[in-house]
Design a protein. Structure first.
Length: 364
């Protein structure tokens, strides 16, 4: 194939929060990028070279997605088989997910597990099949004997801290989220079990089929252009939205639980930087990508109120879903392996997110 870009990337879930930010980063680094999702990004225009709307639960669709056909939008075009090549990198963000109101009610468990597991199985198995056509060995079922490539497609999988055992997160002041604490496994939700299964799936395909993988365990990523209403938003966006709705004279907002549960939250730009650093390394993970600035939900509310210059009273809904009592990233491994650590304070990240959400509400 001629005129191939130096670097190509396929971003699955490119219409979502983290995926759309990753597309921007990759384009800034000179990649040719194909983005794919069920929908286009909600809050900005994609800068992907090609954006395809489709369903990754459909194995035939996944097969086509994995095929790079040249440096122009031609997903729907027929290209001679000998011109098809794998992407250099795949970023797998596509998943059925959301905040506590979606994940922890129990009402969406089967949907979450079925959809996300199906996507990951499709991606890995179809990539395995595609790789086989480039191993330099003639296959009866291929159109031609293609030479062995000088690269292997590297796949990033976005796991979650929700896979950590519930019994290590009962004390809100001392949660244990070291990577090695994952076993004996006991996530507190089916979402967490699916994330644990999927990271083991990626490691199995690496071990048995030689597919290079990189696995991160994300800890509560937030920032502008993320979902901020509708039931699937994460805590920072939900709190910012509620505080933005409080009049300048002050008022009250509903807080789920007693507000004493703890979390750490990582700003989106920091997440993208850490993910890129992981992909450029020889370290496959799994590794935490998060902040170690642990706060209670009460403190998260206070931070948003401080940014907004509002007096906000908390009304507690003790019947609302809350997840584990405490969770905080442990960054010892990522500091050692990748020389990365977060830099942005929670307050600065909330400031940027709050004013973006406030603007969205004004324009709604």
């Amino acid at each position: 194939m001629t005129d191939r870009p130096t670097k190509t990337a396929l971003v699955l879930g490119a219409g979502g929060f983290i995926g759309s930010h990753m597309v921007k980063r990759l384009k800034g680094e000179g990649y040719w990028v194909r983005g794919l999702d069920l929908k286009h990004p909600e809050f900005s225009t994609t800068c992907a070279d090609e954006f395809i709307v489709g369903d990754l639960r459909n194995v035939e669709f996944v097969r086509k997605c994995l095929e790079y056909k040249g440096p122009y939008p031609n997903f729907h075009s027929e290209v001679p088989y000998r011109y098809i090549e794998p992407f250099h990198e795949i970023y797998q963000f596509a998943a059925d997910m959301g905040g506590a109101g979606f994940v922890f009610t129990g009402e969406n468990d089967a949907e979450i597990m079925h959809n996300s597991c199906t996507i990951n199985l499709n991606v890995l198995e179809e990539q395995r099949k595609l790789n086989e056509t480039f191993d330099g060995v003639k296959k009866d079922w291929t159109e031609c004997n293609r030479p062995k490539l000088d690269y292997q497609t590297k796949i990033f999988y976005s796991g979650s801290a929700c896979m950590y055992p519930e019994h290590n997160q009962l004390d809100p002041d001392n949660p244990d989220c070291r990577e090695e604490s994952a076993y004996p496994a006991a996530p507190d939700s089916e979402y967490g079990w699916e994330k644990l299964f999927s990271e083991r799936l990626y490691l199995a395909y690496n071990r048995n089929h030689g597919i290079p993988v990189r696995i991160a365990r994300y800890h509560n990523i937030f920032g502008p252009e993320g979902t901020w209403d509708g039931g699937r938003e994460k805590a920072p966006a939900a709190i910012c939205r509620k505080v933005a709705a409080v009049p300048p004279s002050g008022g009250s907002i509903e807080v789920w639980g007693d507000g004493l549960q703890t979390r750490s939250f990582l700003y989106i730009d920091e997440c993208i930087e850490a993910t890129r650093r992981l992909m450029e390394s020889d370290f496959k993970g799994p590794v935490n990508i998060g902040s170690e600035e642990m706060v209670s939900i009460n403190e998260l509310v206070d931070t948003a109120a401080k940014v907004a210059h509002k007096v906000v009273r908390k009304v507690y809904n003790l019947n609302a879903p809350t997840g584990v009592r405490g969770r905080n990233s442990n960054n010892d491994m990522i500091r050692k392996e990748l020389d990365w650590d977060y830099r942005m304070t929670l307050e600065e990240g909330i400031r940027r997110t709050y004013f973006w959400i406030e603007e969205q509400m004004k324009n709604a």
